[in-house]
Design a protein around this ligand. Structure first.
Ligand SMILES: Cc1cc2nc3c(=O)[nH]c(=O)nc-3n(C[C@H](O)[C@H](O)[C@H](O)COP(=O)(O)OP(=O)(O)OC[C@H]3O[C@@H](n4cnc5c(N)ncnc54)[C@H](O)[C@@H]3O)c2cc1C
Length: 402
């Protein structure tokens, strides 16, 4: 029987996409890493089904997945989107982003969460330096002499120089560490579903701002679209309760029939929407990454992308610390990670909240200004290019940092 190690450089709690990517990064760099996950991952699924969790993955995230060796398994199931069209129900403004204008082959890819997860899991399992504990749930931890003593619910004890909370927006690591989290309730829920449209999606990501919230159609590799319809909680619940025919009709109308009629809808699900920001990302021996540290509105599809930037920043910080002979859990080391990431994450959080308020208004002057603003913005090619490159993680204030 293989001996299971219990002493690690880093223990990561949570094997969502962010935790798995971090385990792959650190494992490839030779850190003795453990990753804990409460639920069994999905490895197989019927060929004609699509996960309800679908992400717009930026170029920067794609590069990370390529570097980690996960991209070849993802690419055949990834739909590139080459155009993006954003318009407003309350005014005549519209913005068009075109990959050709940027000299890029595409603006990003739409990919199912489970496809990325499986590919990252394969990478992690190929690394001798990484040990997976699954199903395993973190119960508690205690700071010792330069190390964390970590207890799992099944009674296993582990030790690590650093414990990373990659355990999502209800992070247990964050709560146990007593790190305060600021929550902004958007009073909205996102309804997600996979739909068939009368007209082809033309490899375009579409988003219409309605007074009740944004409605996005994301192109899928099998020709269908994944929709994310953010609306007030009452409206979202009412949409969920409609029968399929009435829902398709309501959706077609809300989308101004841009892709013709909606001919089929699959299972529908609601996700409550909140903005969250942890007061600190780090403590001695503790670091938070991904949704454990920050949760943004999904309207710009940035949550996973920001989490993957956290991964690169933390991995780079730990790598430099090891070269300087410093402990991974030392507070000055971890503060470098926090400084590198907090500004970018806060900026995205604030921008998304601002967008939500701006486009949620039905006041006539706001609508008129919005329409004018969108039209002017659409013609301001250098600014448009700069913003799109930032969204792709390719440049701008923080994009090139890691
Ligand atoms: C409707 C919607 C659409 C979205 N669209 C996009 C998009 O297009 N692009 C994008 O980039 N982002 C998008 N996001 C955001 C994205 O879903 C999140 O940012 C992302 O899932 C965060 O990943 P994570 O790994 O940090 O956390 P999670 O995915 O929440 O993973 C946390 C993991 O930790 C495990 N865990 C929790 N507690 C414990 C414990 N005590 N012990 C062990 N394991 C534990 C959980 O089981 C889970 O697997 C969207 C979000 C929503 C709601």
């Amino acid at each position: 029987m293989a001996v299971q190690h219990t002493d690690f450089d880093v223990v990561i709690s949570g094997a969502g996409l962010v935790g798995l990517a971090l385990a792959a990064e650190l494992g490839r760099d030779g850190f003795r890493t453990a990753i804990l996950e409460a639920r069994e991952p999905l490895r197989d699924w019927p060929a004609d089904t699509i996960d309800l969790r679908v992400y717009a993955i930026s170029r920067a995230s794609q590069r990370l997945l390529e570097r980690l060796g996960a991209w070849p398994a993802i690419e055949p199931l990834a739909q590139p989107y080459r155009d993006m069209r954003v318009w407003d129900a309350g005014s005549s403004g519209e913005i068009h982003f075109d990959s050709a204008e940027l000299g890029e082959p595409d603006l990003g890819h739409i990919i199912e969460s489970r496809v990325i997860e499986r590919a990252l899991l394969d990478v992690v399992e190929s690394l001798d330096s990484v040990t997976r504990f699954c199903p395993a749930r973190l119960q508690g931890f205690e700071a010792g002499d330069g190390e964390q003593k970590i207890a799992l619910e099944d009674g296993t004890s582990l030790t690590a120089g650093l414990l990373v909370g990659a355990d999502g927006k209800q992070s247990r690591v964050r709560d146990l560490a007593g790190i305060h989290v600021q929550v902004s309730d958007y009073a909205q829920q996102a309804l997600v579903a996979v739909v068939t449209t009368e007209k082809p999606h033309r490899e375009t990501a579409w988003q219409r701002f309605l007074p009740s919230g944004p409605l996005a159609f994301l192109p899928l590799h099998d020709g269908r679209c994944s929709i994310v319809w953010s609306a007030t909680s009452d409206k979202a619940s009412a949409l969920l309760a409609l029968d399929d025919e009435a829902f398709c009709h309501a959706l077609g109308e809300a989308f101004a029939y841009r892709l013709g009629h909606i001919t089929h809808v699959g299972e529908r699900a609601l996700f409550p929407l909140q903005g969250q920001s942890a007061k600190n990302y780090v403590q001695p021996g503790i670091a938070l990454v991904g949704d454990a540290a920050h949760v943004v509105h999904p309207l710009a599809g940035q949550g996973v992308n920001l989490g993957l930037k956290d991964v690169q920043a933390l991995a780079k910080t730990l790598h430099s610390a090891r070269e300087q002979g410093r402990r991974p859990g030392a507070l000055p080391v971890l503060r470098r990670y926090e400084r590198a990431r907090r500004g970018d994450n806060q900026l995205t959080l604030a921008t998304m909240s601002g967008f939500k308020q701006l486009f949620g208004s039905t006041l006539a002057p706001v609508c008129a200004a919005r329409g004018l603003g969108l039209k002017l913005f659409d013609r301001a090619t250098p600014l448009k290019t700069q913003i799109m490159r930032m969204a792709m993680g390719l440049g701008g204030a923080h994009g090139d940092r890691f």
